[in-house]
Design a binder for this molecule. Structure first.
Ligand code: ATP
Ligand code: MG
Length: 272
């Protein structure tokens, strides 16, 4: 497939010391279950990194480590200069979460608030931004996610894809330093997946550092600077989309991307 020149990798030199996220030797267990077994990952500012791998391999847990929703037993996590693994107080973790957006499969909008108010709420309540500034930003973000005409609608009046785009706008309203996306299209009807992917594609092109857990292989191939393959609590391999999707010699990766490639091809055929 064709990779847009917009997504051409920046030179190695320009990014050498520009990491925004660094995970070093992360070990995490829930009770007796070892979920992450020594994960290392570096994400540079402005990059899009996709995490792919089988169910239960630790993808969501890895994302949740980055914004301190779970804490590893061992290892170092640095997010834009903050040692996340050392944030022992919940208040400190909440501060971090103001800086790291996360969007989940379930969009969890407030059903009793309009679309606009769902987006205005986090900056006003959490950051203390005044209502008019927050509303101005919310309208800009609604335009960005192509939902200006839905500002006064309620979530229940929107399709799944539209609700997910509101959830993305809500995350952006906090002006995060990076955004984590955990399978944000998995619960959507196929017709609405494309519009959500388009919003993420735009964000990545605007330079928003993004870490995405996704099953949309063709999308991951198109937008990612780096693709990471996880299995059994480890990063088995990482590399450019070309390396992971086309030239990997790892039989497990070949099997995995081959198996899901068909789904990606269907999406591609839908013209997103
Ligand atoms: N809060 C928790 N308590 C106990 N076990 C958990 C918890 N969260 C995750 N696990 C376990 O950790 C392992 C990895 O889970 P995780 O959700 O990170 O996988 P995943 O790669 O995101 O899978 P999927 O593709 O199905 O979303 C699984 O075995 C899961 O059951
Ligand atoms: Mg998951």
């Amino acid at each position: 497939m064709t990779v847009s020149l917009d997504n051409a990798p920046k030179t190695a030199d320009s990014k050498a010391n520009d990491h925004i996220v660094k995970l070093e030797d992360i070990h995490l267990s829930f009770g007796q279950t070892q979920v992450l077994k020594g994960v290392n990952l570096t994400v540079n500012k402005g990059d899009a990194v996709s995490i792919i791998g089988p169910s239960g391999s630790g993808k969501s847990t890895l994302l949740r480590c980055i914004n301190a929703l779970v804490m590893p037993q061992k290892g170092r996590i640095t997010v834009n200069g903050t040692r996340v693994d050392q944030l022992t107080k919940e208040s400190e973790r909440i501060e971090l979460r103001k800086r790291v957006g996360i969007v989940f499969q379930q969009y969890n909008l407030f059903p009793h608030l309009t679309v606009l108010d769902n987006i205005v709420l986090p900056p006003t309540k959490i950051l203390g931004v005044d209502r008019s500034s927050a509303e101005k930003l919310a309208r800009e973000l609604l335009a960005k996610v192509r939902l200006s005409d839905k500002a006064n609608s309620y979530p229940g009046q929107l399709s799944g894809g539209q609700q997910q785009r509101v959830a993305i706008a809500r995350a952006l309203a906090m002006k995060p330093e990076l955004v984590l996306f955990d399978e944000v299209t998995s619960a959507l009807d196929p017709e609405t997946v494309g519009e959500v992917l388009q919003v993420i594609r735009d964000l990545v092109r605007d330079g928003m550092t993004s870490i995405l857990v996704t099953h949309e292989m063709r999308f991951a191939e198109e937008i990612s600077d780096t693709v990471v393959f996880t299995e059994n609590g480890l990063i088995v391999d990482h590399g450019s989309p070309e390396q992971i999707f086309h030239t990997s010699t790892n039989p497990r990766i070949r099997q995995f991307v081959g198996g899901l490639g068909a789904r990606g091809a269907v999406r591609d055929g839908e013209g997103i």
